[in-house]
Ligand binder design. Structure first.
Ligand code: DMJ
Length: 746
């Protein structure tokens, strides 16, 4: 006490700031939040809820310890008398702040205190009215800074911690895919089987400078987004924020309730036999033979799967055993479901029946494991729907709807944009750990529309359609950079993640589904049509380029910079442009058909410039090359269909014989290099003179690659395009006509 009094009386104001903090500096004491009200002795203070008589005499502090100010506000703990620090903080006289801000002009420290506090004799008497205007202003500033800080902490911390871990530990997924990394649509399981996720070039191992650059860019973006979000929230009144939170909670709870019983028994339907499934032999003998050859290939793939991997997801044709991909969790039988409609249209009736009875007895969705919502939708829901529309067998409708219901919890996010991954038993979802800022992926949540519209149609329950229409609503509310759709969208904030745009992996089938949603609605869904044509216009302006050798290609867009690389996946776009040409504004119809033809030519070149005559996973147009893979981890071919898919559409829409010729070249290459005794295998390097097998027979080889080949060598009245839509896994969905439906739901 003595020290303090002496200090107060004898020292200059600056030094007495130090005295002010003497108690905080006393050894063994916590500084509980109250500043010494200068201008009166400690003894006086003991009666005013400040220090009591037992408090040890405060020690003088060295000058210049002004930073203690913040500590006094936040130091946890108790006073020695047992009062919680919080209570003490609450009791802190606001006037305790004054000495710091008293101006010499107003009597300096002594004057300020003597008049305002000490003169009053008691701290209790010093209310805010006793403050000067400047003091009030400063106080206001301090409090608003404090409140901003609190809000900042709420909205900022989760992101910041991610950022920090990215910077400090370099554990960003771009650099090191997590052990449980699961690839998205562009980088499927097969892509990562060598630990080389296809989509993460920007953080390629072995290039720390690029990786660091990448990390910094991501940090900047995340930081700006977090600031934006925090600002938006701060603009709201606290009551508004509270109301929003309550509404959000209520919405999630309602969703959960509704989804529990979205489907009480299927409505009765009149199944109308499908159009265009009669399988006439082509008149031309050479074509007939080619088509027969493709059926033989299907038999080889199917029989080996049956022999070595029956009931499992896929076949390892070299090891001759089952292959299981984490994309399907514990669901089994991916090849069986994916192959159903191909078996049907190729007239493989017995095999179709075998598949059907396996499904009846074994296909089970009550699995306690995480699945990819996208993959399960396009392969399983799509495969089952297609089998139903072709055969009219109730089991397929029942299983499709049952699975659709199981997928609904994936939509339980604040924005309704679904999670990428879902545990079908617990209904808990999450996103790929590598996706930008916890985002969902455009090509994943954007590739549910066709199947979900049909699920509503066949179940009589609108819930499936509502879920996908809400996705569209969210997308339409967002501003698109240069009219483009970034690949990442955060399901919590409903805002874009990184501004990466691709018509290949991560983006591809989103665009495909916009076009097909319009076509499948019998051209009534004009919103989808507009979204599609707007999107491809932006793509053409910003992503499509011509090489100096005259090849048209679709590059990737990363925050405004172009990467002159095209993926095998992107080759589907040739067919898409051609398919949509008909609905384009008149002046553009021919243009889009030609664009389709140019993409087909480029993709054919990517095949033609390899040793195996099968295309690499990605090819480049930079560093003096055109349509050639330059990186070792882009040289593989995994039996993908996209190039052949484009040939199929181009053949149907133009009847230019070169597409049949190119398709046949692919058949020969598959037979020469991918066919092995135990089935068909992908290749690790299409430029190498010897086959190095990846030992996986992908289920989409049976669902897509062989189906598209078969159609190229069939007449156009088998599955006419005016009547059927192919989902992104080549499963068949009929156009939903207003007047005459394939299935009349009662
Ligand atoms: C298939 O699963 C689908 O075509 C999907 O849309 C992307 N590509 C794979 C096959 O390459």
């Amino acid at each position: 006490m003595e020290n303090l009094t002496n200090c107060y009386e004898a020292l200059q104001p600056a030094v007495c700031h130090a005295c002010l903090f003497a108690k905080g500096a006393a050894p063994g004491r916590r500084f509980g939040g109250e500043l010494f009200p200068l201008g009166r002795p400690a003894a006086q203070r003991s009666g005013s809820g400040g220090l009591d008589a037992q408090d040890p005499a405060p020690q003088p502090l060295t000058p210049g310890s002004g930073e203690v100010w913040l500590l006094t506000r936040s130091a946890p703990g108790h006073w020695t008398d047992g009062r919680p620090a919080a209570a003490a903080t609450a009791a802190m006289p606001v006037g305790g702040l004054l000495p710091l801000f008293s101006s010499p002009a107003g009597g300096g420290l002594g004057g300020g205190l003597g008049g305002g506090l000490g003169g009053g004799g008691s701290r209790k008497g010093s209310g805010p009215s006793a403050f000067r205007l400047t003091e009030k202003f400063v106080l206001l500033l301090v409090f608003s800074a404090f409140i901003t800080l609190c809000f900042g902490a709420i909205f900022f911390l989760p992101d910041s911690s991610k950022l920090l871990s990215g910077v400090l530990f370099h554990s960003s997924p771009a650099l090191q895919p997590a052990a449980d990394h699961k690839p998205g649509p562009g980088a499927r399981a097969e892509d990562s089987k060598e630990g080389l996720p296809r989509l993460r070039e920007e953080g390629a191992p072995g290039n720390p400078a690029a990786a660091l650059e990448d990390n910094l860019a991501r940090i900047r973006e995340n930081h700006e987004r977090a600031l934006r979000e925090a600002k938006e929230t701060l603009q709201k009144l606290p009551e508004e924020i509270q109301r929003d939170i309550l509404l959000e909670k209520e919405k999630v709870a309602q969703d959960q309730l509704r989804d529990k019983d979205p489907f009480r028994g299927l409505p009765e339907v009149d199944f109308v036999p499908p159009i265009g499934v009669e399988n006439r032999e082509p008149a031309d003998e050479a074509i007939r033979e080619k088509r027969a050859k493709i059926v033989e290939m299907m038999k080889h793939a199917w029989n080996n799967y049956k022999r070595y991997a029956w009931g499992l997801n896929e076949l390892k044709p070299i090891s001759k055993e089952g292959h299981s991909s984490s994309l399907f969790g514990n669901i089994k039988g991916a090849t069986i479901v994916d192959a159903l409609d191909t078996l049907f249209i190729m007239g493989m009736k017995n095999e179709f029946q075998e598949a059907k009875s396996w499904i009846e007895k074994n296909l089970d969705f009550n699995v306690n494991a995480e699945i990819s919502v996208f993959e399960v939708n396009i392969r399983f829901v799509g495969g089952l729907l297609s089998a139903y529309y072709l055969s009219g067998e109730e089991i397929f409708r029942k299983k499709a709807v049952e699975l659709g219901v199981k997928l609904l919890p994936a939509f339980h996010t604040p924005s309704g944009i679904p999670w990428a991954l879902l545990n079908m038993k617990s209904g808990i979802g999450r996103n790929w750990p590598w996706a930008s800022g916890g985002s969902s992926i455009l090509a994943e949540f954007g590739t549910l529309h066709l199947e979900f519209m049909h699920l509503s149609h066949l179940s009589g329950n609108p819930i499936f359609a509502e879920k996908v229409m809400n996705i569209r609503r969210v997308l339409n509310k967002l501003e698109k950079p240069e009219g483009l759709y970034p690949n990442y969208l955060n399901p919590s904030s409903g805002q874009w993640g990184q501004h990466h745009v691709s018509v290949g992996g991560l983006g591809d089938s989103f665009y495909e589904y916009l076009l097909k949603a319009w076509l499948m609605s019998d051209k009534r869904d004009l919103e989808a049509k507009k979204m599609y044509f707007d999107a491809i216009q932006a793509i053409e302006t910003h992503l499509i380029r011509k090489s100096s050798g005259g090849l048209t290609y679709i590059a990737e867009w990363k925050g405004g910079l172009l990467e002159h690389k095209m993926g095998h996946l992107t080759c589907f776009a040739g067919g898409m442009f051609a398919l949509g040409a008909d609905g384009a504004p008149e002046a553009l119809a021919q243009h889009y058909l030609e664009l389709g033809a140019e993409i087909a030519r480029t993709c054919h070149e990517s095949y033609n410039r390899t040793f195996m005559k099968l295309g690499p996973e990605a090819f480049r147009f930079d560093g003096g090359v055109e349509a050639i893979a330059t990186r070792q981890n882009e040289k593989y071919y995994i039996l993908r269909p996209e190039v052949i898919e484009t040939y199929m559409y181009m053949w149907r829409l133009t009847h230019d014989p070169k597409y049949r010729k190119w398709a046949w070249e692919a058949v020969e290459a598959l037979e020469n290099h991918c066919r092995v005794k135990g089935g068909y295998s992908g290749l690790r390097d299409v430029y190498f003179i010897y086959e190095t097998y990846d030992d996986v027979q992908q289920s989409f080889f049976l669902a897509e690659t062989l189906k598209y080949l078969y159609l190229i060598f069939s007449d156009d009245d088998l599955l006419p395009l005016e009547h059927w839509i192919f989902n992104t896994e080549a499963h068949l969905l009929p156009i939903l006509r207003e007047d005459k439906k394939e299935v009349e739901v009662k």
